[in-house]
Design a protein around this ligand. Sequence first.
Ligand SMILES: Cc1cc2nc3c(=O)[nH]c(=O)nc-3n(C[C@H](O)[C@H](O)[C@H](O)COP(=O)(O)OP(=O)(O)OC[C@H]3O[C@@H](n4cnc5c(N)ncnc54)[C@H](O)[C@@H]3O)c2cc1C
Length: 363
Amino acid sequence: MATTTTERSAVVIGGGLIGCAVAAELRRRGHDVALLERAVPGAEASSAAAGILGPQLEHEEDGPAVDLGLAGREATLAWARVIAAETGVDVELGEPGALVKALDDDEARALERRVAWQRARGLRAEWRAGERAAFLPDDTTLDARRYAQGLAELAKKRGARVTAGVPVVGLVHDGAAVCGVRLADGSELRAGHVVVCAGAWSTIVPGVAEAAGLSHGAVFPVRGQIVELAGTPGLVPTMVYGGKGYVVPRKDGRLVCGSTMERVGFDKSVTAGGVRMVLDKAIKLVPAIAELRVNATWAGLRPATADGLPLLGKTRAPGLLLATGHLRNGVLLAALSGELVGALVDGEEPALARLCDPGRLAR
Ligand SMILES: Cc1cc2nc3c(=O)[nH]c(=O)nc-3n(C[C@H](O)[C@H](O)[C@H](O)COP(=O)(O)OP(=O)(O)OC[C@H]3O[C@@H](n4cnc5c(N)ncnc54)[C@H](O)[C@@H]3O)c2cc1C
């Protein structure tokens, strides 16, 4: 592999949604980019996701995380158009709108409060007292597998060198700075910037936690299980959400039901208890789906952090950046993360990135 150490070059570790978005944006900004993925792009959490773009349904309280989510939704919709134009991949945006149902009295009161603060800040949200539900017309969905494929294509089309089947096994240092990565065959790939987008594995990529001043557990896996049902188009017109469960319709009628939030290490098993929990919630939300055939089940590992916010930006080691820890919102925030990392690499200081500064979790 060719080596390069100029300021305008980057190595991206990991080919999930985040790594591909970062690579695509850095290419747009004129950097030389190599992306290294140990398996294939989209192999992990990114292709397991339901694809909800739900900043309004995700947050119970107002705050800076909502600002991040709203900016993420806007960026994703813009990138969906760019992906279609530059690669021809349709990420299959869903029918806009989310019906958020209260499953008990406490949830109903919380949901009514949520509608009130969202309307007060100028967002569209409607309380439907008769249904004990809120309708959020601007939250929406996409097909996460298609999005992962589209972002990988976008990065490649723009000239990033995307290599599958190559795990990064270490960092290369120049004094305190990080100036490249080490591969299993002992070779080195040098670059002005190394961006770690290795999902739930980010702080166990050898050398990353040490260089960034983080613990090995700063990013940890949270398992999510999904059950896909064989529905028909129009049966569930828009996504239905409630009690942290959801039913997301795909264009062809399939229904993606999720999900669990489990701290079980790097175990991607689908379990009887997980499937029961997912289906219990889904059937409460949309009773008619009880009769449908189960198409498939799967599980993925969300990259989590202690405060639930991503780690996005420069670290104490010059040249080393992190773009990870997106937990339940990696689809929603991939495009925005690409934009923020691109800006940071180019020395800009976008206000939204401050919230996600990796330094806040440094030891
Ligand atoms: C069941 C489930 C449902 C979800 N639903 C939603 C949703 O509806 N909306 C939403 O916004 N988010 C959702 N998410 C969250 C979202 O999927 C994640 O936040 C997002 O995919 C994280 O992307 P990533 O690129 O950081 O990680 P990943 O997709 O896990 O990618 C990391 C990549 O790094 C690679 N890698 C790891 N170590 C190395 C190494 N040493 N060298 C090279 N490569 C390496 C891995 O192989 C992997 O491909 C869901 C997640 C799950 C599991």
